[in-house]
Structures are given as C-alpha cells and as structure tokens.
Design a binder for this molecule. Structure first.
Ligand SMILES: Cc1ncc(C[n+]2csc(CCOP(=O)(O)OP(=O)(O)O)c2C)c(N)n1
Ligand SMILES: [Mg+2]
Length: 729
C-alpha cells in the first residue's frame, strides 16, 4: 500500500524531530495500528465463537516495532513472547498467517493448528517456536546464540553429513548475528530468567533480553513479582551487559534503544537488556477482566499512555499526517484485517490423521537396521577404552563420546563438572575431573574448552540451552549429574525439548542427548542419590528413553542416540558403571544398536521375565537359582530402550511361555511395568496361563541405611520368590 504522508513534509528527505523520515514514521504507525487492528478483529471473532482463544499485544506495539526495525529477520534470531504480535508483524509474519493461527487452520505456518494463537514460529524469519510456558524461551535464546557463535568460528561444522541428523537441517549463521528474547516483567520471577542472564553474561553472548513491563502478570502487580517494583536495578550488576530502561510506549525511543543494544551485541561486547515500560489496555486476555483488580484511576492513567493513540497525535502534531489521512489509513488497515480473517476462515482445517505427524522425526528412524552394526573389536581408539580386553560401561560410554566427537564437529558436551578443568592453565599439571563418575574424562583435553565445558549448577540451564543449540543444528550431548536432580530441568524436557517438533508442525526440532546417571543399589546412596523414575519420561511424547544394562549396549545405544534426529534421555545405571557384569571389549567407532530391539539375555521355556537396567543381572541370578533348585527355565528379556520398546519380543516370548513377570527397580505403583503388564493383559490374554506379575521397589524413596535399602529395592530373592509363585499358579 502507498503510505499517505502529509504535504507539509517531504516523505523521504525531511527529517522529523526524531531524525527519522516522515515515511519511516508513518510506517512505524502503520505497523502499530495494524497490530492493534488485528487484535480487535480477533476479539470480534472470539466473541462470535469463530476462534477459541485471544491474547492481545495491545499497549506493547511501540516497544516491539522498535525492536523489529532495529533487527534483521532471517538473519538475526527471535524468541518472542505471546504478546509480540507487533514484533512478528514488523518482522514479516502476515496478517493472514496470524488469522490462520487464530482459527487453527491446517495451513497455520506456526503450528498447523496445534498451538494457541500468538505462539509464534517462522522458519524463514528465524522466529523459533515458543510455548505458553513463560520464560523457558530465554534459555533457548542463550543456546541459540552459543550455536551461532560456534558455527561462525567453525564454519566447517555446518557441512551436511550422511548417516545422521545432520543430513536433514540447513544450518545458517552470521558472525554478527543477534538473538532477541522477549519476556514479561512477571515472568522475570522465574529462576530460568536469572539462569539465562547468568550464561549470557558469563559467555558474553549476543542476546538482547527485552522485558516488556506492563505492570501486571495477569492480576499480580509488578511489586509483588519484583522486589522494589523495578527489574532494572536488580540486574544492573551483571557484567558485560548493555542496559537501557525506556518508555516502551514511544516507538522511536524504543527503536534507538534496540539499535544501541544490537550494536553492543554485534560488536561482540556481550548481551543487552532493554526494559520497556508499556501498558496493557485490554486486560490480560479475553478470559480476564482487569476491572476486577485494578482501580479506575489506574486504568485511566494507563489509557493516557496508549502507544497507538499517542503516535497518532504525534504524527498530526509534527505535520506528518492529517487526521483525515490517519482515518483513511485506519480504514484500510481494518479492511486488511477483515480480509485476512475472511480468508483464514475459509482455510482447510487439519486432518485427524495428521495428529501423530512430527511427534518424532520423519527423516531418520532410530529403530532402522541402518543402526545395526556388528562389534569390530581391536579397532584403534582414544579415551578410556585404549587398553584391550573387557571394558566397563564407564569406559565404553567414554569411548563412544570420544569417537563421536571426532566424527561430528557439531557435538558439544557440557554439564556440571564434566570438563577436565575449567581453568585451562591447571590442565597442564592436573589429571582432570571429567565428571563425578568420570564418564567425560579426557574430552576437554582432546577437543578443547569450546566443545567441552562446565555449566553453572542449574539443570534447567543445561537443558534449556541444549534446546537452543539443537534447533540451530548442533548436537548437544549434555549431562545431568544425578537423576535425583533432573527435576529442575523437567519443565524444559517436558514442555520444550520433547515438544519442539510436534508443536511447530515439523518446522523446528531439538534432537539433543541428555545423559543421566540413575538408580540405587549403591549402599548409602539414600534418598537423593538412588532415585529411579524412568516412567515420568516414557510418558512424554517426542522423547526417546534408553536404559542399557551393560557396557556394549551402552556404547552402541549411545552412538544411535547421538546420531538420532530425536531428543534422547540416556539413562546410565550408576551401579552398573563399573560392575564386572556386562563388561565388553571396545567394539570400534561404528558400532550401533537400533532403538526398540530388546535382547533375550537368557532363553527359557517356562516363563518370561521382562526387565531392564540393574534388574537384568539380578534377574539372571534369580533365574539361575530357579533352574538349579526348582528346574524352572526363565526367559529374560532386556528391553534396552523404554521408548520405543520392543513389543514384538515381549509378545513372542509370552506366546511361547504363557507366563510373565515384569520387573523394575523403580517403585511398583504407576511404574513402567504397569503399562507393559496392562498391554500384555489386553493383547495377550488368550496366551496367558497365569496373571501377569509385577516386581518393583516398595512405594517409598530409598533409605540411607543399607539394611533398609536392601528391603526397599527388589533383590534376586524377591525375583526368585515371584518366579516360584508364578510357576505354582
Ligand atoms: C511457567 C508458567 N506459569 C504460569 C503461566 C500462566 N500465565 C500465563 S501469562 C501469566 C502472566 C505473565 O505475566 P508477564 O510475564 O508480566 O506478561 P504479560 O502477560 O503481562 O505480558 C501467567 C501467570 C504460564 N503460562 N507459564
Ligand atoms: Mg506483565
């Protein structure tokens, strides 16, 4: 559309008092007014029950248009908030695309009808899919900035490669790219806000944090969320930052602030923090009525600061537009919004059959035989498997990490204590730490501190950054030090990592690997160093869950996990790390095991025992006693991967034996075995000669005193008793 500019000023050449041309001022206003018009149109549609949710960007338009115009869509990277309609509009998301989101159309480019409206995503514009979880996106932005910097310093790492996840994603990067991450003032109370500032500051990352401060988080005023009522003084001592606290209802002030912030970031000086004060004239969302908790005087004061009406008055005052021209423009924007809505309402809706699409990668199937290779003992190797002969699980996991890092320059390893020594000068005289269990020993020494480094002691930080790294095409292989401390990261795993592909309808994905030492049987591990809990994670669509019971499986499954195009939770049993059970010679750098293939670790005719992890050696002991003392012949199936799991192996065995026990270390109630037992009862009822039996820990946490631990966790004797009972049935 040709923008109308008042004849009192030349559109391109006259400078306004702000130093922008009249045409630029009109364009800023157009974007702000169109954003407001789209909100108004959506509100009408919601009232007509043609859409199902509405949250507006009203009152934030000036700040956001300023941000967008200072940055480069498709070059810089964007992690917006749900209020960021004006930002996304100014970056290039069209009104029709916005309306397609609102109606939940199949052609909604952000999510194909899966996410609420204003949950932005655009691959070409570099707007990374964000969730409804406030604040998680800030850590993604940090990881994204780290990945951009890594690729700029190592452009060769961006090359595509066959045979793994790298074949399916184009990598784009620029040495001076900037990442914008937006958040509300209420959401700065989340720990992840501080975790993001921590790493951005420490690593001098080019992230602009934009706090859109409208004074409320739904009904909670800012002073309840933020001590003193203002976030700016609280963050002011973070090193390396550029700070600006501005009137976010003024688009020119906003533009200038973001230009200065971007300059600081592009120069490599560190992150920036732009705190914009704005207003929220339309309540929190259409489900909220702010008259229930805000005084009339307060609302009236806010109305005077409405950025759209302030900008109108300014254009008239400065002779840039006449009131008639403004009216004309408004009418044309109204028509544009109405036409966008009309087209979206005609758009096809998503098909029911499409629901499972993009839960997992459509490109690379980790259950495929491409991942089935034979061990090649005797191959040369670094890491802990250098020596010949049987090696422990620690050795062979460490060897796999060494091999894969050599093969794939996109792998980074970080977590708590995983580096050999963060202070590099110490490395010359010390042996190095390499993880509390030594799984990552020697990696920093071989691959350098850019690829192997310690994280802050913050689990959400570890996983949130991994999401950001992975969406850029890198392969973070991170460690959570103990399963017992995975819980701060669960928000990121459940709502972000596992969901990135499905919620963006396949546009984005976060195929990171999270390695986690898990489990008990360590005498004295107690409550906080013995936890299991794998079924929390097998209940998350989009997440692969692996649980090896021996050194060779750990090596081959970790290789598949790293090459895989899906996020993987790789559970390593601490008790099995150095056991003499399950040691194996180093199988060479290409040894892989497909997911979803169980292993029959002991063939048998009388009953089936389905298990995994540290129960495998205990079940073998029990089965041996059952044979010796009672002549009972138990077939033991080690599932090896829990999602996907090998139903065929279970079904074939149960059809043969007609009796089955499902055993695991985790608590019995609601445990992983409940699902397997229920499916056996459902699908194999005709084949059974006895009820399905389950074995698990007592429904308590694990106690410190070994006498109690022994009683809480299943022992070989517990398993033997169950075998005897089932045979007698
Ligand atoms: C982690 C999380 N907790 C709670 C919510 C529910 N919720 C959605 S918006 C919101 C308030 C956010 O306030 P603020 O960050 O100030 O943003 P604003 O809506 O004011 O722009 C809350 C509590 C959520 N989406 N995510
Ligand atoms: Mg707010």
């Amino acid at each position: 559309m040709e923008l109308a500019v008042s004849s009192r000023r030349a559109p391109e050449t006259d400078a306004t008092p702000e130093g922008l041309s009249p045409r630029q001022m009109v364009e800023i206003y157009r974007l702000m007014a169109l954003s407001r018009g789209l909100d108004d149109r959506e509100i009408t549609l919601k009232q007509q029950q043609k859409i199902y949710f509405q949250v507006s960007g009203a009152g934030h338009e000036a700040l956001q248009v300023g941000a967008a115009l200072a940055l480069r869509p498709g070059y810089d990277w964007f992690f917006p908030y749900y209020r960021d309609r004006a930002l996304c509009l100014a970056l290039g998301v069209t009104p029709e695309e916005m309306m397609l989101q609102a109606v939940g159309a199949a052609t909604d480019p952000a999510s194909g009808g899966r996410q609420m409206p204003t949950h932005w995503s655009s691959l070409p514009l570099h707007i990374v899919s964000t969730s409804s979880s406030t604040t998680t996106q800030l850590l993604h932005a940090v990881g994204c900035a780290e990945a951009g910097r890594y690729f700029s310093r190592h452009p060769e790492a961006a090359a595509k490669a066959d045979g793994d996840y790298r074949a399916f994603r184009d990598v784009a990067f620029h040495g001076d790219e900037v990442v914008l991450a937006c958040v509300g003032e209420g959401a700065t109370s989340q720990g992840e806000f501080w975790e993001a500032l921590n790493t951005a500051s420490n690593r001098r990352l080019p992230v602009i944090f934009c706090v859109e401060d409208n004074g409320y988080a739904i009904s909670v005023p800012v002073e309840v969320n933020t001590p003193g009522g203002n976030i700016s003084p609280l963050v002011a001592n973070f090193p390396n930052f550029h700070f600006a606290e501005i009137d976010g209802t003024d688009p020119v002030v906003s533009l200038r602030a973001f230009q200065a912030a971007a300059e600081h970031c592009r120069a490599g000086l560190g992150p920036a923090f732009v705190h914009g004060h704005c207003v929220r004239p339309y309540s929190h969302s259409l489900s909220d009525d702010e008259r229930l908790y805000r005084s009339a005087a307060e609302r009236a004061a806010d109305a005077l600061r409405d950025p759209v009406s302030k900008m109108q008055m300014r254009l008239v005052r400065e002779g840039i537009m006449t009131t008639e021209q403004i009216e004309e423009l408004e009418q044309s924007l109204d028509r544009e919004a109405a036409q966008a809505a009309a087209r979206a309402l005609e758009a096809p809706l998503p098909e029911i059959v499409s629901i499972p699409e993009h839960v997992y990668s459509e490109h690379l199937d980790p259950t495929s035989s491409a991942f089935s290779t034979e061990p090649a003992p005797g191959a040369a190797n670094g890491g802990k498997a250098k020596a010949a002969g049987p090696r422990t699980m620690v050795d062979l996991i460490n060897a796999c990490l060494h091999d894969e890092m050599r093969r794939d320059p996109r792998i980074v390893v970080y977590g708590e204590d995983v580096a050999d020594a963060s202070r590099e000068e110490a490395l010359r005289e010390v042996k190095g730490k390499g993880g509390v269990f030594k799984l990552t020993a020697g990696l920093q020494t071989e691959f350098g501190s850019e690829r192997v480094f310690n994280s802050p002691l913050a689990e959400a930080n570890i996983v949130g950054r991994a999401v950001g790294y992975a969406v850029r095409g890198m392969k973070p292989v991170v460690e959570i030090q103990f399963f017992d401390y995975i819980w701060p990261a669960v928000h990121q795993i459940h709502n972000e990592l596992a969901l990135m592909r499905w919620r963006s309808n396949g546009a984005w994905a976060a195929p990171a690997v999270i390695r986690v030492p898990i489990g008990g049987y360590i005498s004295g591990g107690a409550i906080y160093h013995s936890q299991s809990g794998e079924s929390f994670f097998t209940h998350v669509p989009g997440l692969r869950v692996v649980f090896p019971s021996n050194a060779l499986d750990a090596n081959g499954l970790l290789r598949t996990a790293i090459r895989c195009d899906d996020p993987v939770l790789f559970l390593e049993h601490k008790r099995l790390y150095r056991e003499s059970y399950g040691r194996a010679p180093y199988p060479g750098p290409e040894f892989a095991i497909p997911f979803g293939r169980a292993k029959i670790v002991r063939p048998g005719a009388h009953m089936t025992l389905v298990t995994y992890g540290a129960i495998v050696p205990r079940a073998l002991q029990a089965a041996e006693q059952a044979r010796r003392h009672h002549g009972i012949d138990v077939e033991i199936i080690d599932l090896r991967t829990l999602n996907p799991y090998d139903w065929e192996a279970i079904a074939n065995s149960v059809r043969k034996t007609s009796r089955v026990i499902v055993a695991h270390e985790d608590m019995l109630s609601w445990g992983y075995g409940a699902e397997i037992a229920a499916r056996i009862a459902d699908e194999l009822f005709e084949d059974l000669d006895a009820p399905v039996k389950r074995i698990g820990a007592m429904d308590t946490f694990v106690a410190y005193q070994p006498k109690l631990e022994d009683a809480i966790l299943p022992q070989p004797a517990t398993i033997l008793k169950a075998i005897e009972e089932l045979k007698a049935y």
